[in-house]
Design a protein around this ligand. Structure first.
Ligand SMILES: [Zn+2]
Length: 116
């Protein structure tokens, strides 16, 4: 994959993640507003549901922020010429894998091996 194609992928993914992050932020604001009325969360099922939703949205937020940081690192690797090379086995990461997840630093084979 050439640098221009890689940059386009990273940019597209960054926009996609930024949009999702904005959605999550909107949701967090809504939940915070709704939750303001429930102080007795332990005994109020609705309050509990909102708390659960809050922690899910907060978790998504942290995940998306992590992806954005990885995308920054990916953009830096494009400039260095090290983009698209698996950090574990040193082989090129197949284009199809980069298209799905341009921030990835390991090929699918190495990620699988690590999980086992
Ligand atoms: Zn690998």
């Amino acid at each position: 994959m050439d640098a221009a194609a890689a940059r386009a992928l990273v940019d597209r993914r960054r926009r996609e993640i930024a949009e999702r992050l904005a959605d999550v932020d909107r949701r967090l604001v809504e939940v915070r507003a709704a939750r303001g009325d429930w102080t007795d969360e332990e005994h109020d099922p609705e309050g509990f549901a909102l708390t659960h939703e809050w922690s899910q949205a907060a978790g998504s937020r942290a995940r998306f922020e992590g992806v954005l940081r990885e995308l920054d690192a990916a953009a830096a690797r494009i400039d260095d010429g090290g983009y698209g090379v698996c950090v574990v086995c040193g082989r090129p990461i197949p284009d199809a894998q980069l298209e799905l997840q341009p921030e990835r630093t390991r090929c699918v084979a190495c990620v699988d091996r690590r999980r086992r």
